[in-house]
Write a protein that binds this ligand. Structure first.
Ligand SMILES: Nc1nc2c(ncn2[C@@H]2O[C@H](COP(=O)(O)OP(=O)(O)OP(=O)(O)O)[C@@H](O)[C@H]2O)c(=O)[nH]1
Ligand SMILES: [Mg+2]
Length: 362
């Protein structure tokens, strides 16, 4: 293991000290590819074995509170959900995952309070490995920063990245299909501004890919190419919330908010701006409302079923009852996703906010 650690350090220094340009891109690409491979090896042989905390996902979406110790995660959880998580003036008050439910606009949103992370958490320090395994299952990550420690922000971003999570990014459109022979064929539908074919080939070969059809439809960087080859990254939306704004003068708070590009400023202790936070969570989760209707009856317009944006009728059926998909005959839809009121549609159809859905079963 120590051998790997030394090699990792060496490669990291090489990358940090090189200027990325046309001339150096291939060399840097190879360093980065080797680095990624080594790190994968280390995590597989080491801490990667734990399953993490076992938390069952319930509700209409899961939000994980992420922050250093004592930034106010438990205080916030208690302020916006039904949970009672212990809070304390000392670090590591919370040692396991505490779930709470935020009930907002008919959505039941699961909020998870996890132990505070510390630097190096992604490689297993503190409760890091467990925390990041919970994080990978999140539908939204809420990064909580204490106004007194804005420097935590960059440290957290690094930890998140190291743990294989990509926040607020779309998965790049890259397909790598391994083939039996004929070498590597690269096709592109966009111009790549920082990658030439030689670098792509070099990186692929570092991962022992010598025969493949590669189709690139996003202007990717070398890091994104490596992500695509590894294929184990999670793309999760995130919001940045600045807490304890009651404890510093307004002008200082505003300066810090700018510095970390905070989405919202709150005081969890004084319950300031928590309603705005609920609304932000709701909108960032991209939830939609589906009204269910029984045949020959009016729809129930009071209590919607909460689903993620772009959900299919199949998703709705699966959420309602385990037999609905196998017993499905057809459905009718009224609303934005239907071409005309009461359109007959099958399981693959994608629904839109406030659609009315009538399911016919066998
Ligand atoms: N002034 C101020 N203090 C706060 C605020 N929110 C939380 N605190 C205090 O910060 C301390 C830590 O709060 P916790 O909610 O326990 O923090 P945590 O992030 O859950 O900490 P760990 O579980 O140890 O990781 C407590 O003394 C809280 O009262 C706030 O908005 N303003
Ligand atoms: Mg806590």
């Amino acid at each position: 293991m120590a051998v790997h650690d030394e090699k990792i350090k060496e490669l990291e220094e090489l990358v940090a000290n090189s200027q990325y340009n046309k001339r150096t891109q291939k060399a840097i690409g190879m360093y980065k590819a080797q680095l990624a491979k080594l790190k994968e090896k280390v995590s597989k042989s080491g801490g990667g074995k734990t399953d993490g905390f076992s938390v069952r996902k319930t509700g209409d979406g899961t939000v994980v509170l992420l922050g250093f110790p004592s930034v106010g995660k438990s205080t916030l959880l208690n302020g916006i959900t039904d949970a009672e998580s212990e809070t304390g003036a000392y670090a590591f008050t919370t040692l396991t995952v505490i779930p709470g439910i935020l009930d907002y606009k008919h959505a039941k949103i699961q909020i998870l309070d996890v132990p505070g992370v510390v630097r190096g958490a992604a490689s297993g320090r503190g409760r890091g490995t467990e925390v990041f395994s919970v994080l990978r299952s999140a539908d939204l990550i809420l990064i909580l920063i204490d106004v007194h420690y804005p420097e935590h922000f960059n440290a957290l971003l690094r930890e998140i990245y190291e743990s294989g999570i990509r926040i607020n990014k779309r998965k790049p459109d890259v397909k790598i299909k391994k083939t039996a022979k004929d070498g590597i064929k690269i096709s592109k539908t966009v111009k790549l501004s920082t990658l030439d074919d030689e670098t792509i080939l070099g990186v692929l070969r570092t991962f022992r890919i010598n025969n493949a059809d590669v189709l690139i439809r996003t202007d990717i960087t070398v890091d994104e190419l490596i992500d695509c080859i590894e294929g184990n990254k999670q793309y999760v939306p995130a919001i940045v919330v600045l807490n304890k704004i009651d404890s510093l003068p307004k002008d200082k708070v505003e300066k810090i908010a700018k510095q970390i590009d905070a989405n919202l400023l709150i005081s969890a202790k004084n319950k300031d701006h928590l309603e705005e936070l609920k609304e932000l969570i709701f909108s960032e989760l991209d939830l939609i409302r589906i009204y269910m209707k029984e045949p020959a009856k009016p729809a129930d317009m009071n209590v919607p079923l909460i689903m993620f944006k772009d959900c299919t009728i199949d998703n709705v059926c699966s959420k309602l009852h385990k037999d609905f998909v196998s017993k499905f005959k057809f459905s009718r839809v009224w609303g934005k996703s239907a071409k005309f009121p009461g359109q007959k549609l099958n399981l693959k159809h994608r629904l839109k906010d406030e659609d009315i859905l009538e399911i016919h079963l066998r």
